[in-house]
Design a protein around this ligand. Structure first.
Ligand code: ADP
Length: 197
C-alpha cells in the first residue's frame, strides 16, 4: 500500500461552506485540494462527455460512479505529472468524493483515508439562503431551483450516511457549520493545524 495517496475527506451539505473551507485549508503547502464538482464544471461543455456531464449536474443528479472515478483519477495523475500535487509531501483533501459506497470501494486502491471532516448544518433556512446567494454570484443553475436543491440535500444525507458508515468512527470529526465560516475554520484548525501543517 505504498503508493496510495494519504487523504482527508470533507463532507457537508450543499451550502455548508465545504468548498470555501477546503480552499482555505489548501493554503497550507501540505494540503492539495481536489473538488469533483470543480473538475466536472471545468470540463469543456462543447465535447460530448462535457455535454453529458453538464446535463447531469444541472439536473442535480450524480455522474455515474465509474465515470467519476476515472475522471478523478486522470485529474490527480495529471497534477502529479505537472508537479502540482506531491503525494509524498501532501495530504489530498477530497471534496465531493467519494459520494457513494461504490465510489468509496473503487477508491480504496488509490487512497488511504486518514481523517474525515463533517460539516453539520441544522439550520436549513440558513443553508437555503447561502445557496441562493451562491447561485447569484457563481451563476450556478443547480443552485437556483428549490426543487433541485431539496433533491441534492436529500441525496446528500442519504448517500453521506451510507459512505460514512464505511469508515472507522474514530477517523470522523464533526464540526458545527451553522456558525460563520471563520468560526468553523477556527474549530477545524484547532483540531487539524498540527496534523496537516
Ligand atoms: P455540492 O456539494 O453543492 O453538491 P459539488 O460542486 O460538490 O456541489 O457537486 C456539484 C454536482 O457535481 C453534483 O450535484 C453532482 O451532479 C456532481 N458531482 C460532484 N461530485 C460527484 C461525485 N463524487 N459523484 C458523482 N457526481 C458528482
Amino acid at each position: 500500500m505504498d503508493n496510495v495517496y494519504k487523504s482527508v475527506l470533507i463532507y457537508g451539505p450543499p451550502g455548508s461552506g465545504k468548498g470555501t473551507i477546503s480552499k482555505f485549508l489548501s493554503h497550507s503547502d501540505t494540503v492539495f485540494h481536489v473538488s469533483t464538482g470543480d473538475i466536472f464544471r471545468a470540463i469543456d461543455p462543447k465535447t460530448e462527455k462535457g455535454k453529458q456531464i453538464k446535463k447531469l449536474i444541472d439536473a442535480g443528479v450524480f455522474v455515474p460512479d465509474d465515470v467519476t472515478i476515472d475522471i478523478w483519477h486522470s485529474f490527480v495523475e495529471d497534477k502529479i505529472k505537472k508537479g502540482e500535487y506531491k503525494p509524498n509531501e501532501q495530504f489530498l483533501l477530497l471534496d465531493g468524493i467519494p459520494r457513494t459506497l461504490k465510489q468509496a470501494i473503487l477508491l480504496e486502491k488509490y487512497i488511504s483515508v486518514e481523517y474525515i471532516i463533517v460539516l453539520e448544518m441544522k439550520d436549513v433556512k440558513k443553508l437555503i439562503d447561502r445557496l441562493k446567494n451562491r447561485a447569484l454570484i457563481e451563476k450556478r443553475l443547480d443552485d437556483v431551483d428549490e426543487k433541485i436543491l431539496q433533491k441534492r440535500m436529500d441525496i446528500y444525507l442519504n448517500d453521506t450516511t451510507k459512505v460514512l458508515k464505511h469508515y472507522p468512527k474514530d477517523r470522523i470529526y464533526n464540526f458545527n457549520a451553522d456558525q460563520n465560516k471563520l468560526e468553523v475554520i477556527k474549530d477545524i484548525l484547532g483540531k487539524f493545524a498540527a496534523i496537516l501543517g
